[in-house]
Write a new protein. Structure first.
Length: 169
């Protein structure tokens, strides 16, 4: 009897039902998904994206509020950063959240839910300007250089999100 022929089939026969059972155990109920979506601020609300999610729902979905705040497009980005950064987190069995932070003081959040629906939001006004002035003077053998750099006002990302807009699903 050749073990190499039936071993892969036996492993798949045992492993496949186990993985399907574990996936089914980690899915959120449709009612929980609906409750999560209803807790998201609607477009035009200009609110912090996750303040309305009830703590009981977060607990039921095994979503850590600290993890959620760490990727919340309204508060997670460093407004003084000079580089693009991407923050990501699993939202328990509900789906996945990705936040893109840009150097102009904006952030873009995307939630992909388990049923295929996706929502997006944009935070930050991006209207702040940084001015740099340089002056170079040369007289004979002497030269002088002066420069000034104005810092933009502190950005308040948490106060300027657009709410979540459904884009697919």
């Amino acid at each position: 009897m050749n073990v190499s022929r039936w071993l892969p089939t036996a492993v798949l026969t045992v492993a496949l039902p186990c993985s399907i059972a574990s996936m089914a155990a980690t899915k959120a109920s449709p009612a929980d998904v609906d409750a999560f979506v209803k807790a998201l601020p609607v477009p035009g609300s200009h609110d912090r994206p996750f303040l309305a999610v009830p703590p009981a729902l977060l607990t039921r979905l095994s979503i850590d509020p600290a993890t959620l705040r760490a990727v919340d497009p309204g508060v997670a980005c460093d407004p003084d950063s000079k580089a693009i950064s991407v923050l990501q987190a699993e939202l328990g069995p509900i789906g996945h959240l990705q936040t893109l932070c840009t150097p102009d003081g904006r952030s873009h959040g995307t939630i992909a839910l388990q049923g295929g629906a996706s929502y997006v939001t944009t935070c930050g006004d991006g209207a702040s300007v940084r001015l740099t002035t340089n002056l170079d003077v040369k007289a004979g053998d002497h030269s002088w250089h002066a420069s000034t750099d104005s810092m933009p006002p502190a950005r308040a990302l948490a106060l300027s999100c657009t709410g979540w807009t459904k884009v697919s699903g």
